[in-house]
Design a protein around this ligand. Structure first.
Ligand code: SF4
Length: 358
């Protein structure tokens, strides 16, 4: 089991729930816009967010952002140790740096001392683009072993300064290399691991790469916090992360949505209805299973196993609740059918809100 570390009012590692992270896309110096986006991320289920700190104005903005943010805020720093120190002094709950790229040991020591004084952990973030040339030569390319040695080397810089409040990330845009590298790293240390496939791509491509990379590792018990990296609204990253966790029964609850692929038996506009229903209910906090099925062959069985479900007939759906047929919903006006079903989902879900343990 990994070590447990504290990040603001939450924890990572040591057997605690896998935490969902995302990263703001706002200009950090714009406090209002940044807080607005953090609120949306938190409402979607994000546990920890990260903001870019490219200049001192952004570091100073953290003071107000962290005062009002409902979730811990991590400062993302490259190259400039002074920004890391300013971020710590202005309320960052964690800082993300690569000790190998913020200058000489004296600068790293100043950052480590500042973090230690305030109980702020450091995420050592290494990725395939930051592996040292000597390691690439040694291993004949950017391999899992090269990336692991690079990360261990960066961690060693902090350990030599007697700083061990550390999370490690070691990302690649290749799910395969990400999986191999985290396996290699997990075998060599017990620091909590921040897992993700970096630069994974747009919504569709990125979700699949992340599901494969992150999902494989989580299924093996590797990973204490995750970020799905998408070229999309960061709220989508949180939704995707929740889906990955839910698929592995590692989530904190929420709606499980089941729908069939349709086939020649389908006589209702199921694809349209399923997509509209899913987008309306995906952020609801209820801990229930919802099924939307295309026909009466397999549909009623699956729908009956759900807390609430639909099974298609001829131009109508049968509405099931806890195994009992309740009534019919006509499909002549699909939006009205969606409204009707979503209202039923909310009615059934009320009182079955998901827990949010630490
Ligand atoms: S539930 Fe019915 S419509 Fe859907 S795939 Fe199965 S048989 Fe086809």
């Amino acid at each position: 089991m990994t070590r447990k570390i504290k990040i603001g009012n939450t924890e990572i590692g040591g057997g605690s729930r896998v935490k969902i992270q995302s990263m703001n896309t706002t200009d950090t110096a714009d406090v209002g816009a940044t807080l607005e986006q953090i609120t949306k991320l938190a409402e979607a289920g994000c546990d920890i967010t990260r903001v870019a700190i490219p200049h001192m104005e952004a570091a100073l903005a953290l003071k107000e952002i962290t005062k009002w943010s409902p979730i811990p805020v991590v400062a993302d720093i490259h190259f400039d140790y002074k920004l890391a120190i300013a971020a710590c002094e202005n309320g960052a709950a964690k800082i993300r740096i690569n000790p190998g790229n913020i200058g000489d040991r004296e600068n790293v020591r100043k950052v480590a001392d500042c973090c230690k004084e305030r109980g702020i952990p450091i995420r050592v973030g290494v990725n395939s683009g930051s592996v040292e040339r000597s390691l690439i030569a040694k291993y004949g390319g950017v391999t899992a072993e090269a990336m692991t040695e690079s990360a261990i080397g960066a961690v060693k810089i902090l350990e030599d300064l007697e700083f061990e409040d550390i999370v490690i990330s070691i990302k690649s845009s290749s799910p395969k290399l990400t999986i191999d590298t985290y396996r290699c790293l997990a075998a060599q240390c017990d620091y909590p691991l921040h897992v993700g496939v970096t630069e994974a791509g747009t919504l569709r491509e990125g979700m699949i790469k992340s599901a494969v990379g992150i999902g494989t590792l989580l299924a093996e018990g590797i990973g204490d916090t995750i970020r799905v990296s998408l070229t999309a609204d960061p709220v989508e990253e949180v939704r995707a992360a929740k889906m990955i966790l839910r698929a592995l029964d590692l989530d904190k609850g929420g709606i499980t949505f089941v729908s069939c692929p349709t086939c020649g038996r389908t006589q209702v506009p199921l694809i349209e209805l399923a997509n509209k229903v899913e987008s309306r209910i995906c952020d609801l906090p209820y801990n229930i299973k919802v099924a939307v099925m295309g026909c009466a062959v397999n549909g009623p069985g699956e729908a009956r196993e759900a807390d609430i479900g639909l099974a298609g007939g001829k131009d109508e759906f049968l509405l099931f609740e806890k195994g009992e047929t309740v009534r019919k919903i006509k499909t002549a006006d699909i939006d009205a059918a969606v409204d009707e079903f979503v209202n039923e989902v909310i009615r059934v879900g009320k009182g079955q809100e998901a827990d949010k343990p630490v």
